[in-house]
Write a protein that binds this ligand. Structure first.
Ligand SMILES: N[C@@H](CCC(=O)N[C@@H](CS)C(=O)NCC(=O)O)C(=O)O
Length: 234
């Protein structure tokens, strides 16, 4: 059984989308990131970077002890391997998926996060930062649009690379981007959004936000201004 430590955010949705797509049974442990659950010692044991998602497979394929994994890209690869779905086993197909997954993890996600931070959340609006990350996220959307002009999905067939990117394209309006100027991306986005499993994945934990909203004063205090010193384990 997969135990997913989760909160409904773009990095969390990647995993609920995959779990719904591949049909592996799973249970959920909420990590209220706006309330500091990511600093609880039991969570840091499985996710030392104090970020969710993280997971534990209580029955890994090698029959060994429960296996804990953090970082959404690593979790997606693990679930693809475990289920035998959404990542081909031949070397050409596999690395086709991995390279786009790494692109999402190293570029689309982090730059989208910084763009959102400076555009929406930062109390002080810094024009240079807004322009810098606005340009870069626009460039990345362009990279994806060009790729999707050549192939239906990022790595040929629908894969974990598409699942990783979707939540970060879903936030395009908040990022200040219109998909009208990226027609191939717009086509891909509509195709994925129509998938029932993906919609189920996006709905996981939707109600939780009522008690613990994504961003309020308490969440700001927990999420912003983290340093090595103030996040050190007690
Ligand atoms: N590279 C990580 C990023 C995860 C991440 O940034 N998670 C955010 C929510 S989307 C989080 O847990 N934030 C808690 C915090 O900032 O303390 C991954 O893809 O798993």
């Amino acid at each position: 059984m997969i135990e997913l430590h989760y909160w409904p955010t773009p990095n969390g949705w990647k995993i609920t989308i995959m779990l719904e797509e591949c049909g592996l049974p799973y249970s959920l442990v909420p990590v209220r990131i706006g309330r500091g659950d990511q600093f609880k010692p039991e969570f840091l044991k499985i996710s030392p970077n104090n970020r969710m998602p993280a997971m534990i497979d209580t029955a890994p394929a090698n029959g060994g002890a429960p296996l804990a994994i953090f970082e959404s890209g690593a979790i997606l690869m693990y679930l693809a391997e475990k289920s035998g779905q959404f990542m081909p086993s031949d070397i050409t197909g596999r690395y086709g998926v991995i390279q786009w997954l790494m692109w999402q993890m190293s570029a689309l996600g982090p730059i989208g996060g910084q763009n959102g931070h400076f555009k929406l959340y930062a109390k002080e609006k810094i024009p240079y930062a807004i322009e810098r990350f606005g340009n870069e996220i626009d460039r990345l959307y362009g990279v994806m649009d060009r790729r999707l002009g050549e192939v239906e999905f990022l790595a040929g067939d629908y894969s974990i690379a598409d699942m990783a990117c979707f939540p970060w394209i879903m936030t395009h309006k908040a990022q200040g981007i219109t998909l009208d100027v990226f027609p191939n991306l717009k086509r891909w986005f509509a195709t994925l959004r129509a998938r029932e499993a993906l919609q189920r994945g996006l709905a996981v934990g939707k109600d939780w936000k009522r008690d613990s909203p994504a961003m309020d004063e308490e969440a700001r205090k927990v999420l912003f201004g983290q340093t090595a010193a103030n996040t050190a384990r007690q």
